[in-house]
Design a protein around this ligand. Structure first.
Ligand SMILES: [Fe+2]
Ligand SMILES: [Fe+2]
Length: 163
């Protein structure tokens, strides 16, 4: 590869794979959560994530390329980390909720990094409409991170102080 535009298409396919994976994972995370605000946050973000997939598919159309996902080992790794923790550590409901806020925060940071890079490249390539649509996804990822951070702080405030 020696064309930055091809890199843009690769990165777009990568985040498409990641978002499609999250559409499958988020209902499971909502089920695992005991805290109702955490469960609601996962359910709300599932709806947003479905929209992220649609927006990415639209971006492919805007730049005149066929929709093509690229396998993203980054998101697969985040998912694996979750699956192994739940299987190996048998967490209590309180610990699992805290773990889930951390897993969610890592995922949002991952997505935010991907969209920030894509927006920079889209602008440089003169794809302004694509940049604007990708910015909508980025905005929701940032809001989701803020929500999960607030929940994480609420859960942490219930940890009894050690003597
Ligand atoms: Fe997303
Ligand atoms: Fe997200």
């Amino acid at each position: 590869m020696n064309d930055p535009r091809e890199l843009f298409m690769h990165e777009l396919g990568d985040i498409l794979y990641a978002e499609r994976t999250l559409v499958k994972v988020l209902p499971k995370l909502a089920q695992e959560a005991t805290d109702s605000t955490l469960r609601d946050a996962f359910e709300k973000h599932l709806g947003e994530t479905e929209q992220h997939v649609t927006n990415i598919e639209k971006v492919f159309e805007m730049v005149g390329e066929p929709v093509k996902a690229e396998k993203c080992p980054g998101i697969d790794g985040l998912k694996k980390e979750h699956d192994e923790f739940v299987t190996n550590e048998e967490p209590s409901t309180d610990v699992l909720d805290m773990f889930l806020t951390g897993a969610a925060a890592r995922t949002e940071h991952y997505e935010m990094a991907a969209y920030t890079g894509l927006i920079t490249m889209a602008k440089a390539l003169g794809e302004t409409d694509a940049a604007n649509l990708l910015a909508e996804n980025l905005k929701q990822e940032k809001a989701a991170l803020e929500t999960v951070t607030t929940i994480s702080e609420k859960l942490a405030s219930k940890i009894p102080a050690s003597a």
